[in-house]
Design a protein around this ligand. Sequence first.
Ligand code: ADP
Length: 312
Amino acid sequence: EDIELKDLPGVGEKTAEKLQDAGFADMMRLATATPKELSVKAEIGEGVAEKVIEAARKAEDIDFETAFEVMERRKDVGRITTGSSGFDELIGGGIETQSLTEVFGEFGSGKSQISHELAVTVQLPEDKGGLDGECVFIDTENTFRPERIEQIANAFDLDPEETLQKIHIARAFNSSHQILMADKINELIQSGVNIKLVIVDSLMAHFRAEYVGRESLAVRQQKLNQHLHVLQTIANTYNVAVFITNQVQARPDAFFGSPTKAIGGHVLGHASTYRVWLKKGLAGKRIARLVDSPHLPEGECVFKITNDGIID
Ligand code: ADP
């Protein structure tokens, strides 16, 4: 990019510095920010923020694009294997870049295991189902286990230590910390780290624990919306895949069967491009059901969790 922050009309040295410090160093990041987000994070007035965003949009030439251009951009979409060919097929060939993929399911359904698997497979070469990339792992429940990464890396003939070096862990202690760590991913990428996958395991745990009761629901959803917006922007701006895990709602009224509703409400429902429901099956098997996708039919597959990771 040739245009610098201070070249934007109405942006002086001081504002440029504030923007830079707040992580809005590149024009695309700025162009896709909301005035509110920018004014809070960079500590500038909302009016100024609006003008800066507009200028960045002009600089980036953000306007309507033709369907052909969209299709051209879709050609850059990369896919990361889940380790199971059935699962990959279900979601159109693996976890997609430029998208948010959500898996939800009850405790022990395999959400964290798939997260660990993807943290390894993203590092594989493209002809082996990876993207030759590194990964950010936002761990909110302290369930990340390096030993598990070693096992899966070995199964793919990858050097375990090298594999661990390419997984950037953020242990998030509360939802504010989680939001902050997601904001910092921009810096990591701008510093030259080839991040191709961002995992948030689990997206909702802190939000759910911290915002209890009807009266706090609106605030929770607003924060969640901002968080998802940041993740979606990273996915689009840097051609990155975002993988989030989610819990299910306890349904005291359901006497039979398992709870089937993901938490997070419409905010999350709309943000996720792909939604997969995970269920426990017989004999240690797991069932994945695609419940929402822009262009794929609903369907199911069976997979297994083994020492070597996820398999058919
Ligand atoms: P969730 O994140 O959905 O709560 P997990 O992804 O942590 O669930 O899945 C936990 C389950 O994965 C365990 O109950 C166990 O059945 C299975 N599992 C974990 N590690 C292994 C392993 N090395 N070999 C086989 N199964 C495993």
